[in-house]
Design a protein around this ligand. Structure first.
Ligand code: PEP
Ligand code: MN
Length: 332
């Protein structure tokens, strides 16, 4: 249950109301909000005079649910806005990782030359093996800052764990929380204390309920700027890296109030399938598409098999614009 409290209330009273309902409280820029377990259906009688409005929720999809807010939230960074009116699909493109200065600058120059505004690349890479490239770390963040200053691109980059979370928050325009880090409540809570957009990737063994609950950890700390990203889940199939769960994405689009971004690159794992899946994503009407692009994919230090080369990506951008026109979406 979600309670909107009346404005003429003291913080001490807010705390008492939260405690009495065994819930937690945050200020959402307009009012105090108390969120309780979904098993509670009605506010307690003795506090009714402080309650403006309340919302029953069936499951622990609460602040993220359409029962609470029956429209997609608008999320903004620099000149870009997604969600809200629903007409924009943001392209988030760039290499898997920042590898060195020339690779990242060459990538950024190419992405900017296509009119794309949002550049992706990881400085802290959550790798499966400890013996592979783990990212440039803080040096990578410095290079991303340089990219922003030189090309005016917005930066989306990932927090792998708490050790560097504040540094990423300082540099990124959008924080990415990866498929593995999405269970790290301390990272989610820290992002909740910021107002920066946070893109949460679905873990590959994560149910839709658990995925949205990760978003709830950010939302209930007072950051409404949360984006969900489907990037493939693990099934019995091994011919592709993961299985792109468009059914899950349709569920999220219908049942939640959060913008949905699709990531065909990590789902497919092989560059040959990425353009087709990206086109399907555009036709799907998602709020953003995340694609890995590299100046020389064969030489990439991570995710080499799935990154698109420049020529393929350029052609894809053209196709996506055409598909966007057909489904009433503008690529931004
Ligand atoms: C990435 O975006 O490069 C990445 C590591 O993604 P995921 O967390 O989805 O594996
Ligand atoms: Mn990657």
């Amino acid at each position: 249950m979600i309670l909107h409290l009346k404005n003429n209330i003291t913080e001490a009273e807010v705390n008492q109301i939260a405690e009495a309902h065994e819930g937690l409280q945050f200020f959402d820029a307009k009012r105090w909000v108390v969120v309780t377990s979904s098993s509670q259906k009605k506010p307690l009688k003795e506090w009714e005079h402080h309650i403006e409005e309340y919302f029953e929720t069936e499951t622990d999809i609460q602040l993220a649910g359409k029962k609470y807010l029956n429209q997609t939230r608008s999320v903004k960074w620099n000149s870009i806005e997604i969600g809200g009116n629903g007409f924009s699909t943001a392209m988030m493109a760039g290499p898997c990782a920042v590898e060195n200065e020339s690779q990242i600058m060459e990538s950024a120059e190419f992405i900017a030359s296509l009119g794309i505004k949002t550049f992706r690349a990881g400085a802290f890479k959550p790798r499966t093996s400890p013996y592979t490239f783990q990212g440039l770390g803080l040096k990578g963040l410095e290079l991303l800052d340089k990219v922003r200053n030189k090309y005016g691109l917005s930066i989306i980059t990932e927090i792998k764990n708490l050790s560097h979370a504040q540094q990423v928050l300082d540099v990124a325009d959008i924080i990415q929380i990866g498929a593995k880090a999405m269970y790290d409540v301390s990272v989610l809570e820290l992002c909740g204390a910021s107002q920066k957009p946070v893109l949460i990737k679905r873990g590959f063994g994560t149910t839709l309920q658990e995925f949205v609950q990760a978003a709830e950890f950010v939302l209930c700390k007072g950051n409404p700027n949360v984006i969900l990203c489907e990037r493939g889940i693990r099934t019995f199939e091994t011919k592709t890296r993961f299985t792109f769960d468009l059914c899950g994405a349709a569920y999220l689009k219908y049942h939640t109030n959060l913008p949905v971004v699709l990531d065909p690159s990590h789902a497919m794992g092989y560059s040959y399938g990425v353009p087709d899946l990206a086109k399907a994503s555009m036709a799907f009407g998602c709020d953003g598409i995340l694609i890995e692009v590299h100046p020389n994919p064969a030489k990439a230090k991570s995710d080499a098999s799935q990154q698109l080369d420049f020529a393929t990506f350029k052609k894809l951008m053209n196709d996506l614009q055409i598909i966007g026109g057909a489904v009433g979406k503008k690529l931004v």
